[in-house]
Design a protein around this ligand. Structure first.
Ligand code: G4P
Length: 287
């Protein structure tokens, strides 16, 4: 999916979400478990205007489970209800209706006290592109929902998808956008393939990945690429580039004269990371 970065696009996306807020009881904010803050729109609190919110750390199957647990604690300390899910396999997804109900407990109790029969909880999924919104909608619906998207020119009423008997989900998610003021945010997103790598320089993206992964996941990294010596000083760019060159040599990314083709090595390395060849890893931790 291509992401458009124009301010006009952001304003429109924000307006569309705010229109949908009137229809729903709870917002489901989808983040990437490997990079929860970088995959989060920093204005989300303002955009969601105090709507009760459930945070889902999706793609938890790809993330470091210990770090994901730390993130869940972090979001709970921030006052949110948060769980780890894997929308692809459905792991954790069944818990969503009960958690949404828990968030709305006071409202539901008041309705019951007034003799009202509470209707199904209405929810909207929001998140940046590629975080797994459609996958989750399909998983919650128990079938494939045609991707309609929020495209101009397509006029279409809101469709509600039943999730069991107690929840209804809007069939089109709210699309948020990541923020790149901190370049590392862009690098993290690019490492996972959430944004197209042409936006940044591929060697810089691979450099960022190698610097982080050799520091925090040296063993699986060394095993995957057949390396022996970890960098001594992770802040020394020459040592990180030396690792990139070693990976390039292992993968046969050589130019005439035997020099390592760093661009090619970067591309191979990122492809292997995205294909999950390194195992589970996270790209940022809360503490
Ligand atoms: P979006 O609507 O938010 O833009 O995201 P979408 O559901 O299209 O998901 C983006 C990619 O992330 C898809 O992969 C999807 O399969 C994958 N994905 C979503 N949730 C999970 C998860 O919990 N775990 C893992 N491992 N992957 C997840 P894709 O390669 O773009 O497409 P495809 O291979 O599924 O066809």
């Amino acid at each position: 999916m291509t992401i458009q970065w124009f301010p006009g696009h952001m304003t429109r996306a924000r307006r569309q979400i705010q229109e949908k807020l009137k229809l729903i009881d709870v917002a489901i904010e989808l983040l990437d478990a490997r990079l929860p803050l970088s995959s989060r729109n920093p204005m989300v609190d303002e955009i969601l205007q105090g709507k009760p919110r459930l945070i889902l750390l999706n793609k938890a199957d790809l993330a470091d489970p210990a770090v994901t647990r730390e993130w869940i604690d972090y979001f709970k300390q921030e006052g949110f209800s948060a769980i780890a899910v894997d929308a692809s396999s459905g792991q954790g997804v069944k818990e969503i209706p009960a958690l949404a109900k828990e968030l709305l407990k006071d409202k539901i109790e008041k309705q019951l006290a007034k003799g009202m029969n509470p209707r199904a909880i209405r929810a909207l999924i929001v998140g940046i592109p590629n975080v797994g919104k459609s996958t989750l909608i399909n998983r919650m619906a128990g079938r494939s929902i045609a991707a309609t998207g929020d495209r101009p020119g397509i006029t279409k009423g809101q469709q509600w998808i039943k999730v069991g008997t107690e929840m209804e989900l809007l069939d089109t998610p709210g699309i948020l956008w990541p923020k790149f003021e901190d370049q590392n945010v862009g690098y993290r997103l690019a490492v996972t393939g959430a944004i197209r790598e042409e936006i940044l320089n591929i060697e810089d993206i691979a450099f960022f990945a190698v610097k982080y992964l050799t520091q925090y996941y040296w063993e699986p990294f060394a095993e995957r690429f057949g390396l022996e010596e970890a960098p001594e000083d992770f802040e020394n760019p020459d040592e990180i580039v030396a690792v990139m060159e070693a990976v390039g040599r292992k993968r046969g990314c050589l130019m005439s004269g035997g020099r390592v083709d760093l661009e090619k090595a970067s591309s191979v390395l990122l492809r292997e990371l995205r294909a999950g060849k390194l195992g589970r890893y996270s790209l940022e931790a809360p503490y």
